[in-house]
Design a protein around this ligand. Structure first.
Ligand SMILES: [Zn+2]
Length: 130
């Protein structure tokens, strides 16, 4: 499976139950592009979390935590529409022990990816939100 945006490989993952209510799409899984980091819903995710390091080393080793952050990326892409949900998902990530803003900093600094969204700008907006 490849990314509809840039044609690069994607990783598929199940949506963690802790954030499923916060997403605009109710499908059980999503795919994350390993290059442009676009997230798209999928009907048929795997049972287990993939190795998100295939996309970026900025993701934590714990698969569920990484999946929560991937969901956050989906929301910050359209932050104006999804402020409350992005705030809620960032809160879940923080309860998993993640510094969300530090994660976005690392992602913005990772030269192995070319994010479709301006991660630094979204980080600034999210910092004002949370
Ligand atoms: Zn892509």
């Amino acid at each position: 499976m490849t990314c509809p945006n840039c044609g690069c490989p994607v990783v598929s993952f199940p949506i963690p139950a802790s954030v499923s209510d916060c997403l605009p799409d109710d499908r059980p899984g999503a795919v994350l592009c390993t290059q442009c980091l676009r997230v798209a819903p999928t009907d048929d995710p795997p049972d287990d979390y993939p190795d998100f390091a295939r996309a970026s080393d900025a993701f934590p080793a714990d698969g569920e935590t990484a999946a929560v952050l991937a969901c956050l990326l989906a929301l910050v892409d359209r932050l104006a529409l999804h402020r409350a949900d992005a705030d809620a998902v960032a809160g879940v990530a923080e309860r998993h022990g993640v510094d969300v803003l530090l994660f976005l900093d690392r992602l913005a600094a990772d030269t192995a990816v070319t994010p479709a969204v301006d991660v630094s700008r979204r980080r600034t907006q999210l910092a004002q939100l949370i």
